[in-house]
Design a protein around this ligand. Structure first.
Ligand code: 3PG
Length: 307
């Protein structure tokens, strides 16, 4: 009988935990729950005797892997796995997976919630603008980007996308104009929605030159990762370009500075909310539990992200 730990500092909805429990116990295994643990010490203690781990943005580094002597698999219930040290996991013989696509609609819907809030001047009573007829740039056309495109059609936006890896033909097949560079996307679009992962190549890549290409009144929406933003450069740009707005679901390191300097042009959620819906929690959490059972019982490695 395997022991499976759900370690979520930002907990899933209770209904999702029930669903995970059904999968795990239905397969004859045991579920342990560690929520809102705050300190890493509690995670280190909880992982000691578990065979499998379900996490969200919780950090799994070499120290956690050292403490988890029985661990065979970690599933990040979500898309981005930049919070897991993949090399250390491989060195410890631990399989790492994500659950691609399971929470992408939730993130895409939040991007539009934030867009509407920003173009309506954060509901301050003054006249804002509409999204209809505006040019939307989708920066990276993965699962979230595709959902953003689908929703943008309902808003009547002109939709553009740039993705370094997705073929233009796949983008165009969705009725979205594929652009050849990030520079062209930012220069073209009134609103840019970020959906790039945090990798060595993308970290700090969104800064002064790129965002500075946006037309007057440009809006940057970040539901991706804070690490992709070059914060000092974005601050310098927003000081010079008083027409630009920045809304983010991932609080910047310099949130105080953004909030003070750019009142009325900046907003951050207090805690990342993109995937915080019952539906996304159910989809991602249950997928994670099923992937773990498939791996433990049948050796299935679909969605493995480390070598
Ligand atoms: C993801 O990568 O799946 C999203 O950023 C959601 O992250 P969360 O599970 O920490 O909310």
């Amino acid at each position: 009988m395997a022991k499976i730990l759900v370690a979520t500092d930002k907990p899933f909805a209770a209904v999702a935990v029930n669903g995970i429990r059904e999968v795990v116990e239905g397969a004859g295994d045991t579920l342990v729950l560690l929520e809102k643990y705050g300190e890493k010490a509690k995670l280190l203690e909880a992982v000691k005797d578990v065979d499998a781990l379900i996490i969200r943005s919780d950090v799994v580094d070499a120290e956690v892997l050292d403490a988890a002597k029985q661990l065979k698999i970690v599933v990040r219930a979500g898309a981005g796995y930049d919070n897991v040290d993949l090399a250390a996991a491989t060195a410890h013989g631990v399989c790492v997976m994500n659950t691609p696509g399971q929470n992408s609609n939730a993130v895409a819907e939040l991007a539009f919630g934030m867009m509407v809030m920003a173009v309506r001047n954060f509901y301050n009573g003054t006249s804002g603008t509409e999204l209809k007829g505006k040019k939307l740039g989708i920066h990276a056309y993965g699962n979230v980007g595709r959902n953003v495109a689908r929703i943008a059609k309902g808003f009547g936006m002109e939709i553009y996308a740039y993705d370094a890896f997705c073929p233009a033909s796949a983008i165009e097949a969705d009725g979205v104009k594929a652009l050849v560079s990030a520079e062209e996307l930012y220069a073209t679009c009134d609103v840019v929605s970020l959906h790039i992962p945090a990798t060595a190549e993308t970290k700090q890549s969104i800064g002064y030159d790129l965002v500075g290409k946006m037309p007057k009144g440009g809006l940057l929406v970040n539901t991706a990762r804070k690490e992709v933003i070059n914060e000092p450069e974005l601050i310098r740009l927003m000081e010079e370009r008083t027409d630009l707005k920045y809304v983010t679901d991932i609080m910047p390191v310099a949130t105080e500075e953004f909030a003070t300097k750019f009142a009325g042009r900046y907003f951050s959620t207090p805690k990342k909310m993109g995937a915080q819906t019952a539906e996304a929690n159910i989809n991602a959490g249950i997928a994670a539990a099923r992937q773990i059972e498939g791996f433990l019982k049948e050796g299935c490695e679909k969605y493995r992200v480390n070598k």
